[in-house]
Design a protein around this ligand. Structure first.
Ligand SMILES: *Cc1c(COP(=O)(O)O)cnc(C)c1O
Length: 381
């Protein structure tokens, strides 16, 4: 098959159903599969171990990340959990600060109790990444762009540091914010890519699902073992929804990036706005890296108002098109105040977020309508 992203998004891992000719992958809504003789089957026995709709999603997703293998989970955090359970008491994991609040909670409130050590480092500070590595560091985990400050890690540079380090840690990138259309971390030297497919891959805010991509066969077998053994798998309906969402990922990401860039320009020029955070905007300190590493700036954007926390709340409560809600990556625009919503679990920690920060998940509506909506809400602040 072609290796063009747009073509893979529609066709990879999928063929017309051999028994009926159905062009779209059927939702194999079954828990079990008949055997022709004892132990003789068509590759499927039980849907925790494998289901054809999930297989199509895993294979399509792997192609989009330019990976050998894809694995699907019940949620992004189930995927994260499956990766972290590969490590043992006494292992150290170096984590990018600004990490997703639920990831931080899983590390600090679940795995710390099992004796895994976590420490945090600014991912845009390469000497700090280097200095954060220990003799027992087994994994480096980061997001780029980060949430909610849209800071960037230079994936290739971090990979280079890790390859040269004596502890030989694995390198995992949470690629949720960028999606594989904007950047493919495995091609830049990462070992593991993880996604909350709940966000851009699904794209329609109608499903919760997680995905992992790797190239190493041994690592894939360990993760697939845990996927089956622990059983945090998505059902066939959810697998189908993400498979369908992926078909329009390139179209949606182009529009998300176009709209967010226009909104970044609008907000940066607004007299009531004190600061914006958007990777492709001239004000971003890592704009050059963003343009090298990412195809466009993505749909996520944060900003601060001169009126601080009160103004942030007023704006978030007065938009009409932008819905006041957590989550991100859907076709519809969302607005939130991270300090008291998505990032509440990191309050009073070193990862705490400024209470005056507003985060937008810019959707694919007409950009003029989105700007008009922000205009009337900011006028009230
Ligand atoms: C939402 C999110 C997660 C968690 O995924 P779920 O599907 O909600 O479990 C992990 N990382 C990032 C960056 C996210 O935005």
């Amino acid at each position: 098959m072609s290796d063009q992203f747009e073509t893979l998004a529609i066709h990879a891992g999928q063929q017309p159903d051999p028994s009926t000719g159905a062009v779209m992958t059927p939702i194999y809504q079954t828990s079990t599969f008949v055997q022709d003789a004892v132990g003789v089957h068509k590759g499927y026995e039980y849907s925790r171990s494998g289901n054809p709709t999930r297989t199509a999603l895993q294979d399509c997703f792997a192609a989009l990340e330019a990976a050998q293998y894809g694995l699907a989970f019940a949620s992004g955090l189930a995927a994260t959990d499956t990766i972290i359970r590969q490590f043992a008491p006494g292992d150290h994991i170096l984590v990018g600060s600004d990490v997703y609040g639920g990831t931080f909670r899983l590390f600090e409130r679940e795995y710390k109790d099992f004796g895994i050590e976590f420490s945090y480092v600014d991912v845009d500070d390469l000497p700090a990444v280097q200095a954060g590595l220990r003799a027992n560091t087994k994994l480096v985990w980061l997001e780029t762009p980060t949430n909610p400050y849209l800071g960037l890690a230079d994936i290739a540079a971090v990979a280079g540091i890790l390859k040269a380090h004596s502890s030989q840690p694995l390198f995992a990138v949470d690629n949720t914010f960028a999606s594989p259309y904007l950047q493919q971390p495995l091609t830049l030297g990462a070992d593991i890519v993880i996604h909350s497919a709940t966000k851009y891959l699904g794209g329609h805010s109608d499903v919760v699902l997680g995905l992992v991509a790797v190239n190493d066969q041994t690592l894939k077998e360990r993760l697939a073992f845990s996927q089956n053994a622990a059983g945090a798998v998505p059902g066939p309906m959810d697998s189908f929804l993400v498979l369908r969402g992926i078909k329009t990922l390139p179209l949606r990401m182009d529009r998300h990036g176009h709209n967010a860039a226009a909104i970044a320009d609008y907000l940066a020029a607004h007299p009531k706005v004190s600061q914006i955070y958007y990777p492709f905007h001239a004000s971003h300190p890592q704009q050059a890296l963003a343009r090298k590493q990412m195809r466009n700036g993505g749909g996520m954007l944060s900003f601060e108002l001169k009126g601080g926390e009160a103004a942030a709340r007023t704006v978030a409560e007065n938009t009409r098109l932008f819905a006041l809600a957590e989550s991100l990556g859907g076709v519809e625009s969302l607005i939130e105040v991270p300090a008291v919503m998505t990032h509440l679990s990191v309050a009073n920690s070193p990862l705490a977020v400024d209470p005056g920060l507003v985060r937008l998940s810019v959707g694919v509506e007409h950009v003029d309508d989105l700007i008009a909506d922000l205009e009337q809400a900011i006028a009230k602040a």
